[in-house]
Design a protein around this ligand. Structure first.
Ligand code: CO
Length: 315
């Protein structure tokens, strides 16, 4: 079978990204679901896979990410999948169901997609991403004849260049700070996993660029106490609080700025700081979204080809 070469696909994507941004912005935001591919080309589709959120304040980040992906892949069918079963259940109960990954892949296949770009919307390749990768391989093994290509786009922070782009974008998107104001980012963290090291690197990069930028984690090794010690040493009084998460969802609303005694805002207030909420998900920052989109376009990690090759070898 003849199909559009990968290089050709990239060239089309890159041209779409950089050469015609204005015309693309004017394009309808909803992709034509039955867009027929050029003769001989495989129909391309996009699958965005996120942890998920059930909190309305989380949605602007996802909406903006989807819009940027549609601009980068005009006309390509696009589906969402949430990896969190708890959140999917909650949304289904509210009458706003979101698919899991197998269902979203099935939908794309039924829409005629034969080459799919699966983009992780996770921050780091931790346990959620590992599960995504395993589920994807499992789905390919179960349906070996479905997709010619299944490209997997890596999470946000995969390289030093990604980290540099993200921290620069975030520091450039802060509210106007008074002299001496600190900013404290809340990352998720994962104290028992290697992904925690990504947030350690993020903290180092942020504070190298801005001495008053700090990062701590909800479930990781970098505790709020560490950040408070550092801010106290700098004689900080006002502290902007911002999520270092893709969406400003449950953790942001409750653990970061919630009214409970154990929220970071409450703990900071008790310790004599003045917390100032800035609930902007990282996905609301264009420079952060650009990294996700780049990962979706650049990946050459074709899991379908890998499965075919492995299968051949084992025969
Ligand atoms: Co969590």
């Amino acid at each position: 079978m003849v199909f559009m070469s990968r290089r050709c696909f990239f060239a089309a994507f890159l041209a779409a990204l950089f050469l015609f941004p204005l015309s693309l912005q004017a394009a309808p935001s909803v992709a034509a679901p039955n867009a027929t591919p050029k003769e001989g080309a495989l129909k391309e589709g996009v699958l965005l896979v996120a942890f998920g959120t059930s909190v309305p304040s989380g949605l602007p980040a996802y909406t903006a990410l989807e819009a940027d992906m549609r601009k980068a892949a005009p006309g390509a069918p696009l589906e969402w999948a949430y990896t969190s079963a708890v959140i999917r259940k909650k949304l289904a109960k509210q009458g706003r169901p979101v698919a899991d990954m197998p269902a979203a892949l099935e939908k794309l296949w039924q829409d005629g997609v034969r080459s799919v770009r699966v983009q992780s919307l996770h921050v780091a390749a931790g346990e959620e991403f590992a599960e995504l990768e395993r589920l994807l391989m499992l789905d390919i093994a179960r349906h070996p004849d479905r997709f010619e290509h299944v490209f997997l786009g890596r999470p946000l922070l995969e390289s030093a260049a990604d980290l540099d782009a993200v921290t620069t974008a975030l520091l450039g998107a802060l509210p106007d700070r008074k002299d001496g104001d600190a900013v404290l980012f809340m990352a998720h963290g994962q104290s028992h996993g290697r992904a925690d090291l990504v947030w350690t690197a993020a903290q180092a990069d942020l504070s190298r660029k801005d001495a008053r930028a700090h990062l701590a984690t909800v479930e990781g090794a970098q505790t709020l106490q560490h950040a408070m010690d550092a801010m106290r040493a700098q004689k900080t009084s006002r502290v902007w609080l911002q999520p270092f998460m893709v969406v400003a969802g449950d953790h942001a609303n409750n653990d970061l700025v919630g009214a409970e005694d154990d929220s970071w805002a409450s703990q900071l207030r008790k310790a004599g700081f003045e917390p100032l909420p800035h609930l902007q998900g990282m996905g609301e920052v264009p420079g952060v979204r650009a990294v996700f989109v780049r990962h979706a376009l650049e990946t050459t990690d074709d899991l379908a080809a890998f499965a075919r090759e492995t299968h051949k070898d084992s025969k």
